[in-house]
Design a binder for this molecule. Sequence first.
Ligand code: FAD
Length: 334
Amino acid sequence: MDKSLFKGIFVFAEQREGVIQNVAFELIGKARELADSINEQVTAILLGYQIDGLEKELIAAGADRVLVVDHSYLKDYLTDPYSEALEQVINRYKPEIVLLGATTIGRDLGPRISSRLNTGLTADCTALEIDDERNLLMTRPAFGGNLMATIICKDHRPQMSTVRPGVMRRIKSDAARKGTVEKVEVTFDEQKCKRVRLVKKEREEKNLVDITEAHVLVSGGRGVGTKDGFSKLRDLAETMSAEVSSSRAMVDAGMIGHERQVGQTGKTVRPDIYFAIGISGAIQHLAGMEESDYIIAINKDKYAPIFQVADLGVVGDLHKIVPILANKIKAARQ
Ligand code: FAD
């Protein structure tokens, strides 16, 4: 394979009902950084139907070029038409790297495309870099999160990776940024694209808490112990309009819902302040929160690994410290 024929970093700009998903902006931010390091361009691939106007958002977020496939078959996500379109775009433009969000859509689409293109894909990456030979160094947790593996796709192109939402940092949008937009025509295999039809969409009613959006998170671990322990954390959170989140230990113990779990098998968060209270700091937990701007850890064990990533560490009994802290903040705010 002549690898020199493959150029540029492409990002699958996932949109749902005309709204570009945050992960697409985050990936464009990362792609921008990688592309600048090898003097290449960032291209966003936008698939959908009647999606005029979305290109501008992608350019503002850091893309140099947007390739748009606008077709009625692409109105809602369906595996066949999306795979057909993405495969044809990649075959025509020959990118060196393709990034997708590790969302339900990206996880369905990414491996399908990589297998059709006879190339490799590393799923759920937490870090991406490019080495001197232009290999994409794709790092992800392996063996149950006990070690981090860096994987390369040496002999095939494009190099493909999925990244979970919240892992990469989007760059500040700049409406003055300039970029080009190209409409791409794709030929669909009618029979294939019609074999699955979307009959109905039903939205699951769920508690709409999204810990990834919180500026301050008060996170509790096994040390918190009981539901009563969590009510202390809730009191503290209330004083700062914060959200309560948790380690997996407390989710498994049924103390709190999975939608509030931080970590490798939960959510990746990046709040301004992250309180880790009664959390030891297992690698699978750190994977979801170590990029927080400021980490405050409260733990009775001064050797707990969480203190290695904390900006401020308090050694002591959380059951005593948390109520004192809540009262002090309340008093300061009055
Ligand atoms: P522990 O490790 O038991 O720590 C409790 C801490 O509380 C201790 O440090 C202790 O000193 C402190 N403590 C106890 N009492 C007090 C007190 N009164 N005052 C102050 N401190 C006190 N974990 C996640 O969190 N998120 C994930 O997404 C995740 N995914 C995983 C995926 C896999 C494949 C595997 C194998 C594991 C995963 N885990 C995950 C589990 C992870 O390995 C740890 O078991 C878990 O994070 C431990 O939770 P914890 O820190 O709350 O509990």
